[in-house]
Design a protein around this ligand. Structure first.
Ligand code: DHB
Ligand code: FE
Length: 276
């Protein structure tokens, strides 16, 4: 039977992808940030998951406001890097797991979640930056990308994302193959990229979120989308994707690692590794 071994929440700042491609990890500016991911890399080396379910959002590389699914599940053999305006990054395609993807789609629909089914999907920094940070060399996992709309309002509620995580967990638990699964939820912590409050950050909200994600995630599901945006910046509504990850974990988890730094680019950077 498939088993969820744990989950990872992480921000997905695009500037980190630029630093990665330019090999700036050891420079004084970037080293403290990249070092924050080493304990997560070590946990993944120790636990060796077979599959990563990556819950992320596309910022317009493949899914955009012309046609925006609230939830989409990739069922492809492979996921190429998308073009975010500077050409695709020099990265390999992420290898898919169509059997597991289709099983998840079937199971979600039985649970009354009705995702868009993506037979082709190019992935952007929401997916690729966490992959770079967690597996800086090769990607030793197959992936199932699950995209959530956090771009075109109305975006789903935090509570809905939590329930998606529960439905996802039921799907994985019912998968007959013997696979170790890690669930990754990506999304910026406090940040706002536009308007009068451009550059707004909140250490207080970010640390409250990291505390509660571990100990009382359901409190976070009761925060409205407007409150996420008011308290942590408009684009911090991306944090609802971390709740989909947390909903797929056990009620009680063991924290393996937590890392926080602000500012990084125009955003706060956070990471948490939770083990079932
Ligand atoms: C930025 C973009 C993001 O999608 C994000 O989550 C955080 C930061 C940025 O452009 O700096
Ligand atoms: Fe983002």
């Amino acid at each position: 039977m498939a088993r969820v071994i744990g989950g990872i929440g992480t921000s997905h700042i695009p500037q980190v992808g630029v630093a990665f491609d330019r090999k700036l990890q050891e420079t004084p500016e970037w080293k403290p940030f990249f070092d924050g991911y080493v304990p997560a890399q070590q946990w993944l080396e120790r636990t060796r998951p077979d599959v990563a379910i990556v819950i992320y959002n596309d910022h317009g590389a493949d899914l955009f406001i012309d046609k925006m699914p609230t939830f989409a599940v990739g069922v492809a053999d492979a996921y190429p890097p998308g073009d975010e305006g500077w050409g695709p990054r020099p990265l390999p395609d992420a290898q898919g797991d169509p059997d597991l993807s289709w099983h998840i789609v079937e199971s979600l629909v039985e649970s009354e979640f009705d995702p868009m089914i993506a037979q082709e999907l190019a992935v952007d920094h929401g997916f690729l930056v966490p992959m770079n940070l967690l597996w800086p060399n090769e990607w030793p996992v197959r992936v199932v990308p699950i995209a959530i709309n956090v771009i075109q309002h109305p975006v789903p509620t935090a509570a809905r994302c939590w329930k998606l995580g529960k439905a996802l967990r039921a799907a994985i638990d019912a998968y007959p193959k013997d696979e170790k699964v890690v669930v990754i939820g990506t999304g910026g912590m406090s940040h706002q990229l536009h308007g009068e409050r451009v550059g707004f950050l909140s250490r207080t909200f970010d640390n409250y979120f990291l505390d509660k994600l571990e100990s009382d995630p359901q409190e976070l599901t009761r925060i409205t989308r407007r409150d996420y945006m008011d308290r942590a910046g408009a684009e911090a509504v991306e944090l609802i994707m971390w709740l989909a990850m947390r909903g797929a974990l056990d009620a009680r988890v063991r924290r393996v690692h937590r890392f926080y730094m602000t500012p990084v680019s125009l955003s706060s950077a956070g990471l948490i590794v939770l083990e079932n």
